[in-house]
Design a binder for this molecule. Sequence first.
Ligand code: SF4
Ligand code: SF4
Length: 448
Amino acid sequence: MSELVQVGLPGASNFDAHHPPEKALIDDCVHCGFCLPACPTYVLWGEEMDSPRGRIYMMNKVAQGEATLDHIFQRHMDNCLGCMACMTACPSGVQYGKLIEDTRAQVERNIPRSSADSLFRRMLFATFPYATRLRVLALPMLVYQRSGLQSLVRKSGVLQRLPERMAAMEALLPRVPATLLRRMPARVSADRPRRRVGMLSGCVQQVFFSHVNQATARVLAAEGCEVVIPQDQACCGALMVHSGLEKDAAAMARQLIAAFEHAEVDTIVVNAAGCGSTMKDYGHMLRDDPAWAARAAAFSARCRDISEILAELPPQAPRHALPMHVAYHDACHLRHAQSIYQQPRDVLAAIPGLEVATVAEADLCCGSAGVYNLLHPEAANILGDRKVKNLLATNASVVVSANPGCLLQLMSGLRRQGKQTMPTFHMVELLDASIRNLSPEELLRRSR
Ligand code: SF4
Ligand code: SF4
């Protein structure tokens, strides 16, 4: 296949006219390079074109008509994890998130992919954002795991002979819960009510991490929040927007906004970092849609990560001792995309007896990044192993994060290090255990 698929007029942009990456945002980059050591792909490969500065330079070349939208451009944009560590590191405030989002949509519209790549991506996007389809697929997986077949297959070495992406899917498959078909109620009443909030149930989250949703609702109720969980809500579109599928993401955004408008809540609580950062950006995503722009902006303004709302509310429920030594992993879509650093630490610090370890290279992505670990398993595994080694070096006995994608990636990394029995929790599960006065042993027993 030819590398060059589009050639424009000299001086004219080679991006199409629909939302090219904004020239003014490109020009904010002063090429200082402060972002380079923060960028996981630059750390991995040391290639300028796989750094934020290099990617912005390439965008500029295409915008000026000096480079084409070709497969080399596609590869370097695909390699980006979208972790936004470059935004935290950048002293000039470059809005790389907006640049890569618009660029990815351009890549998807204008640069063809190989049939195998297209097919794999279509399969991912036809399943992951749909909870009902995920449940149907998870049922045979439940049998696969509980029958002991998974252990046999993993020991047999047959997975090494599968295509890399298929093997990555198997490696990342979480333990399918027996509560697979159980759904969250439409409403959870508050103890001593003081707020009425909506809650996102998510797609992957509600199927594989329903226990995290239940813990979130219990904590909110204990803290005086009546929790409304619209039953007609669907995926937030995060996977689509991070992959350049702009139209699909916008359709999902409109559906979610409408579902929560009917719920009449003042705040929408999210317990998955990638979903939260996308929902907070709906105002930007739907800025050109006259019927939805204002509604999207109002919706985004009401979204809060669970750690943010807990930091906002003076504690009402007593915290009981939970003597554990935990290593907290920052999800990039909290730390970098939403600048949420202190709030989860404060939530954990308020639990008596809980000791939180300091982790080396805390700002570096674990390699999860939405579906990056399925699309680029080799790079994702290297980053995952590096993250897990840093977490294990703390000698903590439990790993904690606040994003389902990171938890899956860390579980898979722990397994590769022979530490598959090391427990992993969402931050809110620890607070829930503290409020319910569960002992560490009881918490661990219930998580098995
Ligand atoms: S988003 Fe992450 S991977 Fe992409 S350029 Fe920025 S730091 Fe690098
Ligand atoms: S993105 Fe920011 S930190 Fe990176 S080179 Fe440009 S101005 Fe410097």
